[in-house]
Design a protein around this ligand. Structure first.
Ligand SMILES: Cc1cc2nc3c(=O)[nH]c(=O)nc-3n(C[C@H](O)[C@H](O)[C@H](O)COP(=O)(O)OP(=O)(O)OC[C@H]3O[C@@H](n4cnc5c(N)ncnc54)[C@H](O)[C@@H]3O)c2cc1C
Ligand SMILES: *[C@@H]1O[C@H](CO)[C@@H](O)[C@H](O)[C@H]1NC(C)=O
Ligand SMILES: *[C@@H]1O[C@H](CO)[C@@H](O)[C@H](O)[C@H]1NC(C)=O
Ligand SMILES: *[C@@H]1O[C@H](CO)[C@@H](O)[C@H](O)[C@H]1NC(C)=O
Ligand SMILES: *[C@@H]1O[C@H](CO)[C@@H](O)[C@H](O)[C@H]1NC(C)=O
Ligand SMILES: *[C@@H]1O[C@H](CO)[C@@H](O)[C@H](O)[C@H]1NC(C)=O
Ligand SMILES: *[C@@H]1O[C@H](CO)[C@@H](O)[C@H](O)[C@H]1NC(C)=O
Ligand SMILES: *[C@@H]1O[C@H](CO)[C@@H](O)[C@H](O)[C@H]1NC(C)=O
Ligand SMILES: *[C@@H]1O[C@H](CO)[C@@H](O)[C@H](O)[C@H]1NC(C)=O
Ligand SMILES: *[C@@H]1O[C@H](CO)[C@@H](O)[C@H](O)[C@H]1NC(C)=O
Length: 524
C-alpha cells in the first residue's frame, strides 16, 4: 500500500510503505468517508480524530522511511525487547532508530509540535517499567548512534549513546587506555552517565560523570548544542547526575586514563564464611580510602532453586604489576569456593562476566544507603536474608542479592575536584555503603509480589538503620526502584537549581510531560 496525503499539522509528504501499521487502521476508521480526499482517494489525516501518537508515527515514517519500525517487523521486536529485564518490554506504537544527532533533532521537533508522547532508550538496563519504553507512543531507540572515536591527543574518547561499556573498553584497550563506566560490560553508556556512574576507578577519579568533558545534546527546541564547563555550563553541570529531564544526549566526550592492564576477578565464599566476610566488607568500607586503586563489590547472593546463600565479591586493583595487594587481602585470605582474581584487562574482564548477567529474567532494584559501619552491614544482612526466606523464597526462579558498594570520601572529593556535580554528596559523613537490592525471578505472575516485598524489606531496613544511627541520605539513581527519593536527597539545595535549569532549557516540558519515563527533576 502506498498512500500519499497531506498533514494539516506538518508540511510533510508521507510515504506509508509498511503493511497495515496501527496508525493507518486508526486513521481510516477514524476519518470516515465524508472528508475530502486528496491524492489517491484517502481521507486527509485529521488531528482531532487520530491521536498524537498516530500522527507522530505517520510523520516520522514520512521523514525516516528506513528508520521507523512497526509491530510485526523484526526490527520493531528486536528494539522493543532490547532491554535487560522483560519488565521493560512494552507496546510502543512505532520505534524510531535515528542514526545522527540531526535525526534526533528532527524527531524531537516533530514530536513536540504534535504533542506526541515518547520514550528514549539507551542500553536498556534500567529495570523500571516505563522508564525507557512506552505503551502507545513512540520509542526512540538510540542503537544506531554508535560513534566511538579517540581524540587526536588521546585525552578523551567521543562515544555515542548506542554504545555499551564493553565496546568502549575494547576500543580503548589497544591504546592502553580506559574511560570511567560500568563494571558490567553490557550496561549502556548513556543511562549510566546521566545518573552519575559508579566505576571500578571511582575511588580514584569520582563518578563516571565527573569525567565527562562535553555532552552533545538535542534540546527540546530541536537545537543541537555542546555543553562543556565553559559553554552551557549550567546544562553541563545538570547532566552530571540530573537524568533525562534536560535533553537527549547524542555524544559524550569522556576523559581517558592509562590503565593497560589490571587485576580483577570474582571470589565466592560458602555460607559459613558470613562473619569473616562481613568483617572484611566493614573494614574495606572504613579503610578503603587508604588505597584508591582498590575496589570491591561484595554481595550477599541468595539462590532459591538451590536453597542456598553464598557471599561473593568482585575484586579490582588498578595495576600492571603485582596482584597481591594488602588493600584486598582481607578478602583474598578467606577460603573461597571460586576465585578468578588475576591479572587481566578491563576489556577482557567485562567480556568474561557478561554471561553471568545476561538479559531475559525479570528484575527489580532498590537502593539502601548507610554509613560504612559494621552495625549497618549486620542489620542489612540479617534482615534481608530473613525476610527473603520468610516471604519470597518459594517464588519461581528467585535470586535475591544485596551488593554493598563502598564509597570513600576520596571518591566524593573527586567530584568537587572535577568542577562539582548536582549530587553534592556530603563528604563529611563519608565513607558510605550505597547498597543495591537486586531481585530476579521468572514469571510475570510474581511481579506484584516481588514489588511489594521490595518496598517492604527496604522500609524495614531503612527504619532499622535509622535506629542504629547509620542511615545515609543520598540514594543512587541508577540502582533505585520506582518511588525512591533521588533528587530530593541531592545536597546543597541542588534540586532547586536543577529545576531552574530544566525550566530554562525546556520551558514547554517536552522532556517531562511528553517523555514521561525516567527520573524527573520537576516531579521531585
Ligand atoms: C547488570 C547491571 C549492572 C550494572 N552495573 C552498574 C555499574 O557498575 N555502575 C553503575 O553506575 N551502574 C550500574 N548499573 C546501573 C545502570 O547505570 C543503569 O541501569 C543505567 O540506567 C543503564 O543505562 P542504559 O543506557 O543501559 O539504560 P536505559 O534503560 O536505556 O536508560 C536509562 C534512563 O536514561 C534515559 N536515557 C537513556 N539514554 C539517554 C540519552 N541519550 N539522553 C537522555 N536520556 C537517556 C532513559 O530514558 C531512561 O530513563 C548496572 C545495571 C545493571 C542492570
Ligand atoms: C477535523 O475534524 C473536526 C471534527 O469533525 C472538524 O471540525 C475539523 O474541521 C476537521 N479538521 C480538518 C483540518 O479537516
Ligand atoms: C534492522 O534489522 C536488520 C536485519 O536484522 C539489522 O541488520 C539492522 O541492524 C536493524 N536495524 C535497526 C536499527 O535495528
Ligand atoms: C493512539 O492510537 C493507537 C491506535 O488506535 C493506539 O494503539 C495507541 O495506544 C494510542 N496512543 C495513545 C497514547 O493513546
Ligand atoms: C583529528 O585530526 C584530524 C586532522 O587534523 C581532524 O580532521 C579530526 O577532526 C581530528 N579528530 C578529533 C577527534 O579531534
Ligand atoms: C533449605 O535449607 C534450610 C537450612 O539451610 C533447611 O532448613 C530447609 O529445610 C531447606 N528447605 C528446602 C525446601 O530444602
Ligand atoms: C607482591 O606483593 C606481595 C604483598 O605486597 C609481596 O609479598 C610479594 O613478594 C610481591 N610479589 C612480587 C612478585 O613482587
Ligand atoms: C583487614 O582487617 C583487619 C582486621 O582484621 C583490619 O585491621 C585491617 O584494617 C583490614 N584491612 C583492610 C585493607 O581493610
Ligand atoms: C513486611 O515485613 C514484615 C517483617 O517480615 C512483616 O511483619 C509484614 O507483615 C510485612 N508487611 C507487608 C505489607 O507485607
Ligand atoms: C545488582 O545490580 C548492580 C547494578 O546496579 C550490579 O552492579 C550488580 O552486579 C548486581 N548484582 C547481582 C548479583 O546481580
Amino acid at each position: 500500500m502506498l498512500v500519499t496525503m497531506r498533514l494539516s499539522a506538518l508540511f510533510t509528504v508521507l510515504c506509508l510503505v509498511h503493511p497495515d501499521p496501527a496508525w493507518a487502521t486508526a486513521r481510516s476508521s477514524a476519518s470516515g468517508t465524508s472528508a475530502a480526499a486528496p491524492g489517491r482517494g484517502e481521507a486527509p489525516l485529521n488531528s482531532t480524530h487520530a491521536n498524537a501518537s498516530v500522527l507522530a508515527c505517520s510523520a516520522l515514517e514520512g521523514t525516516f522511511p528506513t528508520k521507523l519500525w512497526v509491530p510485526g517487523q523484526a526490527n520493531y521486536t528486536a528494539e522493543n525487547q532490547h532491554f535487560w529485564s522483560p519488565t521493560d518490554y512494552a507496546s510502543p506504537l512505532c520505534v524510531l532508530t535515528p542514526s545522527s544527532a540531526s535525526d534526533v533533532s528532527t524527531a524531537v521537533r516533530i514530536l513536540s509540535r504534535l504533542k506526541a508522547k515518547f520514550a528514549v532508550r539507551g542500553g536498556g538496563h534500567m529495570p523500571i517499567p516505563g522508564y525507557a519504553n512506552i505503551n502507545g507512543g513512540v520509542l526512540i531507540a538510540l542503537s544506531d548512534l554508535g560513534q566511538l572515536a579517540l581524540a587526536n591527543d588521546s585525552s578523551y574518547v567521543s562515544v555515542g549513546p548506542g554504545r555499551r561499556w564493553e565496546e568502549v573498553y575494547a576500543y580503548l584497550q589497544p591504546y592502553g587506555l580506559i574511560a570511567l563506566g560500568g563494571r558490567v560490560g553490557l550496561v549502556g553508556v548513556p543511562g549510566l552517565l546521566l545518573g552519575g556512574g559508579i566505576s571500578f576507578y571511582s575511588n580514584q577519579y569520582g563518578f563516571a560523570a565527573d569525567n565527562v568533558i562535553a555532552y552533545q545534546v538535542v534540546l527540546a527546541s530541536g537545537a543541537i548544542v555542546t555543553a562543556t564547563a565553559s559553554a552551557y555550563a549550567d546544562l553541563f553541570w545538570a547532566l552530571k547526575g540530573g537524568g533525562n529531564s534536560f535533553g537527549i544526549v547524542t555524544r559524550f566526550d569522556l576523559l581517558t586514563y592509562s590503565s593497560p592492564s589490571i587485576c580483577a576477578g570474582i571470589m565466592e565464599y560458602a555460607g559459613d564464611q558470613q562473619q569473616p566476610f562481613l568483617a572484611a566488607v566493614a573494614n574495606f568500607g572504613q579503610y578503603g580510602s587508604a588505597d584508591t586503586k582498590a575496589a570491591v563489590i561484595p554481595s550477599i547472593f541468595m539462590l532459591g532453586a538451590l536453597n542456598t546463600t553464598v557471599y561473593t565479591t568482585a575484586l579490582f586493583y588498578d595495576t600492571t604489576a603485582n596482584c597481591s595487594q594488602p588493600a584486598l587481602s582481607n578478602f583474598t585470605a578467606l577460603p573461597a569456593i571460586a576465585n578468578s582474581y588475576a591479572s587481566t584487562t578491563l576489556a577482557a574482564y567485562v567480556a568474561g562476566t557478561d554471561a553471568l548477567i545476561g538479559d531475559g529474567t525479570r528484575q527489580e532494584f532498590r537502593v539502601i544507603s548507610s554509613l560504612a559501619t559494621a552495625a549497618a552491614l549486620q542489620v542489612v544482612h540479617d534482615t534481608f536474608v530473613q525476610m527473603v526466606l520468610d516471604h519470597i523464597w518459594d517464588v519461581d526462579g528467585i535470586q535475591a542479592s544485596v551488593a554493598f558498594q563502598p564509597v570513600t570520601s576520596h571518591f566524593i572529593q573527586q567530584g568537587i575536584a572535577h568542577g562539582g556535580n548536582p549530587q553534592a554528596v556530603d563528604v563529611a559523613s563519608a565513607p558510605y555503603f550505597w547498597m543495591v537490592e537486586n531481585f530476579s525471578w521468572n514469571s510475570a505472575a510474581d511481579d506484584a509480589k516481588i514489588h511489594a516485598f521490595a518496598l517492604n524489606v527496604t522500609s524495614v531496613i531503612d527504619a532499622q538503620l535509622s535506629a542504629v544511627g547509620a542511615k545515609a541520605r543520598y540514594q543512587y539513581m541508577n540502582d533505585a526502584g520506582s518511588g525512591q527519593a533521588i533528587f530530593q536527597n541531592y545536597g546543597a539545595g541542588n534540586l532547586a537549581k536543577l529545576k531552574a535549569i530544566r525550566a530554562r532549557y525546556d520551558p514547554a516540558k517536552v522532556y517531562t510531560d511528553l517523555m514521561p519515563g525516567g527520573w524527573k527533576v520537576d516531579l521531585a
